[in-house]
Design a binder for this molecule. Sequence first.
Ligand SMILES: C[S@@+](CC[C@H](N)C(=O)[O-])C[C@H]1O[C@@H](n2cnc3c(N)ncnc32)[C@H](O)[C@@H]1O
Length: 317
Amino acid sequence: MRWNKFRLKTTTEAEDIVSSMLMDLGIEGVEIEDKVPLTRSDKEQMFVDILPETEEDDGVAYLSFYTEADADIGQTLADIRRELEEMSDYVDVGECLIEESQTEDVDWVNNWKQYFHQFYVDDILIIPSWEDVAPADSDKLVIHIDPGTAFGTGMHETTQLCIRQLRKYVTSGHKILDVGCGSGILGMLALKFGAAYLVGTDLDSCAINATHDNMEVNGISRERYEVLIGNIIDDKAIQDKAGYAQYDIVVANILADVLIELTPVIVNQMRTGGIYITSGIIDDKEKIVADAIEKAGLEVLEVTYQGEWVSVTARKN
Ligand SMILES: C[S@@+](CC[C@H](N)C(=O)[O-])C[C@H]1O[C@@H](n2cnc3c(N)ncnc32)[C@H](O)[C@@H]1O
């Protein structure tokens, strides 16, 4: 099946109000292209720390939406033009040109799966939940994973750095806190390495279903873990739910700037002697993260590297 694509030229000033007008008229999703720099919270969700150089914001925004190729949207387009006309009395809606084109039917949510195949992190086999384990691998430590729309296939260098540190430091009976759990991959592996209980937390509500689904596929029962959604950095309710002075290991694979704010808070969740495993640190931010960790009273034990990414492991003495 093919789709019709409509691309409306407007302004960054009007993009939010025009998007919501399109949704009110029954358009189910709007793609926004503009040159407005990403906010800090955009970057945290997207896990990007260095951005390509972009052109300066010129105030122009393009809003695209799609309809089935045979849908008659003549009335909707007329309604959109009328609404834009009315809006132009109080906001600069720009040129309001609407270009129409045809596009392929691509399942954007699942398209990436064709590039995700089983792979090893040392001797751990990480396998998409839609692939089979070969008989020769049946004796291996296997993790089945489908991150859904959350982050965490295991392919990213920062995830692998954390996996190796968890393997090294988790011992039987440990209680683990996984901050920024995404697909649940790190907590799940910690449980496989012998941990007794896991609390995962993330800002992104997609992490809940992704973590539950992955735990189930890997045979981990709900009594062994829980997932909390919210920002543990400043949400006291999440901090209280996670509990204080009780984690043997806290793992956080999040961007450097978030780790700097997280560290002085999360130190309260750790028990004395507990280990803090961080990654998500691009190489030129190694020092500022290590400094923040020391400033929070932790002793840096190890710094490990993969590609341009860094992991810092520390202990609360
Ligand atoms: C790089 S992903 C890590 C996912 C997974 N743990 C892994 O290692 O593959 C970072 C995750 O941290 C989450 N995140 C960012 N800031 C956060 C915060 N303040 N509290 C909790 N989660 C946060 C993001 O939503 C994202 O899911």
